[in-house]
Write a protein that binds this ligand. Structure first.
Ligand SMILES: *[C@@H]1O[C@H](CO)[C@@H](O)[C@H](O)[C@H]1NC(C)=O
Ligand SMILES: *[C@@H]1O[C@H](CO)[C@@H](O)[C@H](O)[C@H]1NC(C)=O
Ligand SMILES: *[C@@H]1O[C@H](CO)[C@@H](O)[C@H](O)[C@H]1NC(C)=O
Length: 958
């Protein structure tokens, strides 16, 4: 504090360093909250983990029964034995996930209608008989012996019917002597079943445990003939009986007749509510001996869930019939069997909780940080913390760098914690995707989210609103992503460009990325997949590429938008700029207009002191080399009225010059415009017109430089509850470019000066300070680093007399090196500290001068109080009139009278002599003589000002 010169403005790195150190101590105290935040993913992972465990207990992973060999450990000699007791068990016990190296060869079957539904002639039917001509009689339904019917048509009837004869083979049916196996049977006859198809053809239930029997379809069945056949399966051979069903091939006129008859097969298509199912139908069309052209109708409804139809047999039957029609019954076109391809074992599907939670859950978890960051930013803005730091010289860039770094660190730890625990408990989208892809994706999305939070923070100035909006955003974007966006995503017909357009919404791009990350494991799992490499995953995945590009571009764009909004909208930075500030030639009205010559100044010529101050300012402003601490020229602030109210003039044409090392006191009743004036000086609000020069720097152009030269003690303390007093001072000291020993010394001195060193108060958290202690800390902050100009807004409110006395000493000391501008309601303080005082009323400067001058000018009288018995009042009045004919009585109450006596030509000695003389004659019980106080001046000025209606006098400043 000794040195007269304040240090140079702090460099960018010094500011960054100062803020970083402050934030580190702040966040260290906040560690619990931060850790709590980072722990959330851990808890969520634990939740998933336990849900998975519960799910595993409720629905255990199905066991793989791939063979019946079981090893039993008896008498230390391991013996493995066959345990499957029947072939049924072999087949039933086999899970779909078992490997199938040698799929069985199974004869292709016809899909037969069930016996009760096979088409018959309807005896009661009144409909045209052309539909069911040739069909068997209804009575066959009773003993389930109805024939299976095939319909044929073609351009050449005789030819089509000859082909039709060969459809069911022509070999006569005879009882085989021994067991035959199905393959050899199928090469001679047509086999069929009414059994529904299973999901896989590795084994067709029709061969073994089907409900419906296996049939031979033959033109001439010997009614209930059955064959035993033997089937070899898994090393076992079982026998089953095969029954016979009549095959009937009926001619129909054309394909549309066939169509309507087939339609009758459905209950809904039949007017009599019957079901008349047909086996199959063929249209031989223009087939001749040189050309085979056939259309096959096949009932696909029988395919219950499996991928395959029993269609091979029906098309082969037609080809075979055509061949035999051409070449005779001895030539055959064989379809011996159908065999599936071998397959490896697959993993049994189990309930995977993380897959079930899906991208929605992950979106929410990641977006959870968004409201946290938004609230943090808006809080600093609402509490004016940022602007306050800025006023002490903190630049915008260091502020954003440190804030961004903090958010990034927080998000990174959060995501790291999430992925790490997710990985440990085996969430597949973490374990199976390329680590590199995940790293890039999460890094980019976290950055985008920070940028988004910064953009949002510009739009809110209230923490509560910001919190609500932040959480709503998270909630809504997740839900929309899951229920709307994903729907479009899965709809292949939805144009991809529209999807990409939707991804411009950050919530959706995050959702898309997570969706893509979930896709691969979902597919990989069923094939026992391994982790994909970065190259594979990024080159194949068009969706992921787009998302990453969109996110990076948006991140840059949001940073630019945030920068712009920070200048134009946000009040966290101080004075707003014009929306087109970066194009000075475009926004016409320049922000920093400064008229130099010949302009009118509104000055009340009734007040010579104010008028003189105006003249001084007029001169000084044209001599820029004579630097004043503060120079205000014709400063005005008008708040535009709304709803038809008149404009509110808070400051009306103020001119003021404050020199270096002067303490200027601003007095005035509440609402006189003092705080508006201070706010304009410190760059919190923008003047409507007028110029302010601080240390020769125009605040309109060089506010950032001005900020490095000033200190502020605001009316409401701006301190961090979780920092100690010493840490506050260290931070602001660093911002003022104090370093090393100098810093420590300055902090120590400041603490000493404001009486904060006792009882270790300096090392207690500011949150535990009493109001007075905070006030003293605020004062200490404002003077650390020897700023050239210090603004103090009612610095001594709430202080005990002892502390106030110390504070005054501090201000006296500060005055030696800086200009101090002080507002106060304590006249005592103003008299003790201020070199000059200005009294503000209604936006005008009513008077200006040193306290003594003002007292002389506005007081200009002595105040005499005399107490006598009431009957002697007149005598006293006479004596006073003798002393000073112009004296006035201001007060009289039962013998106590108060007079104002003009000083002019009055000597104190005369008054004392007269009173002493009067004492001898009269019964003077008490008397007192006092000078006019500044308080009297204040009241007088304030009262007079109200009577001045308007200031009509103008003066040219040139
Ligand atoms: C129908 O087919 C038979 C046998 O192929 C042939 O003899 C006859 O000429 C054909 N009829 C017509 C009208 O093409
Ligand atoms: C096709 O098969 C289904 C399933 O058995 C049956 O309900 C339907 O009636 C059949 N349709 C025809 C035209 O045979
Ligand atoms: C096969 O038959 C269909 C249906 O009658 C007919 O439209 C098509 O032209 C025929 N194809 C040939 C090559 O004759």
């Amino acid at each position: 504090m000794e040195s007269d010169e304040s240090p140079k403005p702090a460099t960018f790195w010094t500011q960054t360093n100062a803020l970083m150190r402050k934030n580190i101590s702040l966040q260290r105290r906040n560690m619990r909250a931060n850790l709590g935040l980072i722990i959330i993913p851990l808890l969520l992972c634990l939740m998933i983990f336990s849900m998975q465990k519960v799910a595993n207990i409720i629905m255990p992973e199905p066991e793989m029964h791939c063979d019946c060999v079981e090893c039993i450990d008896d008498d230390s000699k391991e013996s493995c034995e066959r345990r499957c007791s029947s072939a049924l068990e072999v087949i039933l016990g086999k899970s779909i996930n078992c490997p199938e190296e040698h799929p069985p060869k199974l004869p292709a079957l016809f899909q037969l209608p069930m016996p009760p539904f096979r088409a018959t002639r309807n005896s009661s039917s009144s409909t045209s008989s052309s539909y069911n001509s040739g069909l068997p009689d209804d009575s066959c339904r009773k003993n389930r012996s109805c024939a299976a019917t095939i319909l044929i048509t073609g351009q050449n009837r005789s030819q089509a019917q000859s082909i039709g004869k060969h459809l069911f083979g022509s070999k006569p049916l005879k009882n085989p002597s021994d067991l035959v196996d199905p393959l050899s049977l199928a090469s001679e006859f047509i086999l069929g079943t009414s059994e529904f198809l299973p999901s896989t053809l590795y084994f067709d239930p029709a061969y073994m445990m089907g409900v419906e029997p296996l049939y031979i379809v033959h033109p001439q069945c010997n009614s209930h003939i059955t064959f035993p056949i033997s089937i070899k399966m898994a090393g076992l051979s079982l026998s089953q009986d095969v029954m016979c069903v009549d095959g009937l091939a009926l001619w129909r006129e054309n394909s549309s007749v066939i169509n309507s008859e087939l339609y009758m097969g459905y209950k809904k298509g039949n007017p009599n509510n019957r079901i008349d199912e047909i086996l199959a139908a063929y249209d031989f069309s223009n087939t001749n001996i040189n050309k085979f052209n056939v259309t096959v109708w096949h009932n696909a409804t029988y395919m219950s869930m499996g991928p395959l139809l029993r269609i091979f047999r029906s098309s082969n039957a037609a080809s075979n019939a055509y061949l035999q029609f051409l070449k005779g019954a001895n030539v055959k076109m064989l379809l011996e069997f159908v065999k599936e391809m071998p397959k490896g074992a697959t993993k049994p599907s189990i309930i995977d909780v993380s897959t079930m939670l899906g991208p929605l859950f992950f979106t929410w978890v990641i977006e959870l940080l968004f409201p946290v960051m938004l609230t943090y930013l808006v809080h600093e803005k609402q509490k004016n913390m940022r602007i306050f730091m800025k006023m002490h010289g903190l630049g915008d860039l260091p502020y954003w760098i440190i804030t961004y770094a903090y958010f990034l660190l927080l998000s990174a730890s959060y995501m790291l914690c999430f992925t790490l625990f997710g990985f440990l408990i085996g969430i597949t989208s973490f374990t199976l995707n390329s680590y590199c892809l995940q790293l890039v994706f999460y890094f980019v999305s976290v950055n985008l989210q920070i940028a988004l939070a910064i953009v949002f923070s510009a739009l809110f100035s209230d923490v509560k609103t910001a919190t609500v909006v932040g959480y709503t955003y998270v909630f809504i974007s997740g839900l929309l992503g899951s229920f709307l966006f994903e729907h479009f995503l899965q709809d292949a017909s939805y144009p991809r460009t529209l999807i990409e357009a939707m991804e411009l919404f950050p919530g959706f791009s995050l959702y898309r990325g997570l969706y893509e990350l979930a896709q691969y494991p979902y597919h990989a799992e069923s094939i026992g997949g391994t982790r994909m490499s970065w190259l594979e995953s990024i080159s194949d995945n068009q969706g992921m590429q787009t998302v990453l590009i969109i996110m990076v571009v948006e991140w840059v764009a949001f940073m630019l938008i945030a920068y712009y909004l920070d200048h134009v909208v946000s009040s966290g930075r101080g004075v707003r700029k014009h929306p087109l500030w970066f194009l000075p030639q475009l926004h016409g009205k320049q922000d920093c207009k400064r008229q130099r010559q010949g302009y009118d100044v509104l000055i009340n010529m009734d007040r010579p002191d104010v008028a003189r101050e105006g003249e001084i300012v007029c001169k000084l402003i044209q001599e820029p080399y004579r630097i004043q601490a503060v120079l205000c020229d014709n400063l005005k602030k008008v708040y535009p009225g709304s709803d038809g109210n008149p404009d509110k003039h808070a400051v009306r044409g103020l001119s003021l010059a404050i020199s270096q090392r002067e303490c200027f006191g601003i007095l005035g009743p509440n609402g006189a415009g003092k705080t508006t004036f201070i706010n304009m000086m410190v760059g919190l609000t923008k003047p409507t017109s007028g110029t302010i020069l601080v240390q020769g720097l125009d605040i309109c152009k060089d506010m950032d430089k001005v900020h490095t030269q000033m200190g502020i003690c605001p009316q409401h303390d701006l301190t961090w509850d979780t920092l100690t007093g010493r840490e506050h001072l260290l931070f602001y000291g660093r911002l003022k470019n104090l370093k090393g020993d100098l810093l420590v010394q300055a902090v120590e001195e400041s603490l000493q000066a404001v009486n904060l060193l006792e009882n270790g108060v300096a090392d207690k958290l500011a949150g535990q300070y009493s109001g007075g202690m905070k006030r003293r800390l605020s004062v200490a902050i404002s003077i650390i680093g020897n700023p050239k100009v210090v603004y103090m807004d009612e610095p001594s409110t709430g202080l005990d007399p002892g502390s106030r006395k110390k504070l005054w000493n501090v201000i006296q000391h500060t005055k030696k090196s800086s200009a101090v501008i002080l507002t106060t309601h304590s006249m005592e303080e103003a008299e003790a500290l201020c070199d000059r005082v200005g009294i503000f009323v209604d936006g005008y400067l009513q008077c200006i001068g040193s306290p003594a001058e003002l007292k002389a000018r506005y007081g200009g009288y002595y105040e005499l109080t005399v107490t006598t018995p009431s009957n002697q009042e007149e005598d006293v009045e006479k004596i006073v009139q003798n002393l000073s004919p112009a004296a006035t009585k201001v007060y009289n109450l039962s013998g106590t009278q108060k007079f104002h006596m003009p000083r002019q030509g009055l000597r104190l000695a005369d008054i004392f002599r007269e009173v002493a003389a009067a004492k001898r004659r009269l019964n003077i019980q008490a008397w007192g003589l006092s000078d006019a106080t500044l308080e009297d001046v204040f009241i007088k000025v304030a009262n007079e000002a109200q009577s001045i209606s308007d200031h009509k006098l103008y003066k040219k400043c040139d």
